[in-house]
Write a protein that binds this ligand. Structure first.
Ligand SMILES: [Zn+2]
Length: 109
């Protein structure tokens, strides 16, 4: 599924993003240390949020800057965000494992 793209976002040459109508600021809570923080999510890039306190990637999205019409919708978003983070984490682990296997293989020679 495509991530929500806020209305009014304009991407200028050079990758600058100007959001005219509203800022996509999300509130996150770190499940590692419990730190809560706000994050501006740029629509032009993948969400790579990390906890500014412990750099943990296990984050829970609390609320968004946009109006949320129902608790069920908000819960679905949190679940989707969790899946997204878990998937990117798994992928990174696999990439690291592959890289280490290649490196170990090279070191044998
Ligand atoms: Zn943290």
């Amino acid at each position: 599924m495509n991530p929500c793209r806020p209305d009014g976002a304009t991407i200028l040459p050079g990758g600058l993003t100007v959001v005219i109508r509203s800022m996509p600021i999300y509130e996150y809570a770190c499940t590692g240390c419990g730190h809560e923080f706000e994050l501006l999510v740029l629509p032009s890039r993948e969400t790579t949020a990390e906890c500014p306190a412990c750099h943990g990637l296990e984050l829970e999205r609390l609320t968004s800057g946009f109006a949320v019409s129902s608790p069920a919708m908000s819960r679905a978003r949190v679940t989707a965000a969790r899946r997204q983070f878990q998937r990117s984490k798994d992928q990174k682990d696999k990439q690291v494992a592959d890289a280490e296997r290649v490196k170990a293989h090279r070191d044998e020679h």
